[in-house]
Design a protein around this ligand. Structure first.
Ligand SMILES: *Cc1c(COP(=O)(O)O)cnc(C)c1O
Length: 369
């Protein structure tokens, strides 16, 4: 079976983790600081603050903007649930705006209508490795005085022109094992604002600058030096990993038939956290690929506003037609950098054979762009 994800751990990770263990410095220390500095430089942001996960990074990024009780944050329902639950953790309310059918990211044309006097931030999701339309979002945010929290959990190294994901407002990254780079569990917030970086750093450590002197209500959302050690080795390899993902994606773009391949906006660097196609009879398609030895993933099978914790809050009454249709059409196929050329060809053969059996997915049949 060719798996949908396969974290690659090498000698570099082992050596760095082993030396961290031997040093006895296990919790947050020099390795975390080094990862923050190198990650900031990689993204092109002046500051980076490491956290225990992408989810705690989202939570902290919102708290950093003082988002709390009754505040509204505009995001999308076609995403991982943490994009929305992080807002709920603060006491705030996620307000959903549908995604575009072509690139699966927030539709900037629908954002303005969702703004109310309680709106504090826009939190677009750079899904599958393609940046959301951050230029359009930044224009609205600036004009309406709103903060930006880009959920770039899947977009390490993605860019619009020369400008990297994570450099508009606060950027939030995840280092979960399936992501483009991993620390096991981990996350990062990036920003150009030194005061904001200081505030999220304070919130990460129990609101404490001087040991046991607590200035504000804080949390323990720290990363450990053990995890940062894995991250340092992974970050060195990330450019090669992303290039390999892009090369595999280019091969799929050229060779797949009978499915809708990903749309990439002109001038955008897509880092293919996922290579997500749209197919007919998606669940049957996935079953047949499995029988042909190809693992797949469905990101995501349920729109966030229809997930149980949000249904309980009354979100189920709302309708987001594009997101809801996409949950029935999308199928992610393996694109991780450790795929061999032979595996890539096997995936192409399996997808094309399955599409020939089940019939082609056409633009007319798919959710309209
Ligand atoms: C992975 C992910 C998160 C959460 O990150 P964790 O490290 O798993 O907590 C948030 N948003 C999106 C879009 C993600 O893909």
């Amino acid at each position: 079976m060719i798996p949908i994800a396969r974290p690659t751990m090498g000698e570099e990770e082992k050596e760095l983790v082993w030396s961290a263990l031997e040093s006895g410095a296990l919790a947050q220390g020099a390795r975390v600081r080094e990862l923050e500095e190198r990650f900031a430089a990689f993204i092109g942001a002046p500051h980076a603050v490491a956290t225990s996960s992408g989810t705690t990074a989202l939570h902290l990024a919102l708290l950093g903007y003082r988002i709390g009780e009754g505040d509204e944050v505009i995001t999308v329902p076609f995403t991982f649930i943490a994009s929305a639950t992080s807002v709920l953790y603060t006491g705030g309310r996620p307000v959903f705006v549908d995604v575009r059918a072509d690139d699966f990211t927030i539709d900037p044309n629908q954002v303005e209508a969702a703004i109310t006097p309680r709106t504090r931030a826009i939190a677009p999701v750079s899904l599958y490795g393609q940046p959301a339309d951050m230029e359009a979002i930044a224009e609205i945010a600036e004009r309406r005085g709103l903060a930006i929290v880009e959920d770039a959990a899947q977009a390490h190294g993605a860019a619009i022109g020369q400008r990297g994901s994570g450099t508009w407002g606060a950027g939030v990254f995840s280092f979960y094992p399936t992501k483009n780079m991993t620390t096991g569990e981990g996350g990062m917030i990036t920003t150009s604002d030194p005061a904001y970086a200081e505030r999220v750093t304070l919130l990460r450590e129990h609101g404490m600058k001087v040991r046991y002197h607590h200035d504000i209500l804080g949390y323990n959302f720290r990363m450990t030096d053990i995890h940062a050690s894995i991250g340092l080795a992974q970050l060195t390899k990330l450019p090669d990993y992303n290039a390999r993902r892009q090369a595999i994606a280019a091969r799929y773009d050229a060779k797949l038939r009978g499915v809708i391949t990903p749309f990439v906006r002109p001038g955008v660097t897509h880092v293919y956290h996922q290579y997500t196609i749209r197919v007919r009879e998606r669940d049957a398609f996935a079953e047949r690929l499995k029988a042909r030895g190809v693992g797949t993933g469905i990101y995501y099978p349920i729109s966030v506003h229809r997930q149980k914790p949000l249904l309980a809050l009354g979100y189920g009454e709302q309708s987001f037609p594009v997101s809801e249709r996409l949950t029935e059409e999308v199928l992610s196929i393996p694109v991780h950098p450790s795929l061999t050329d032979a595996e890539v060809e096997a995936v192409i053969g399996a997808v094309n054979d399955t599409a020939a059996e089940l019939g082609p997915m056409t633009a007319e049949r798919a959710v309209p762009a």
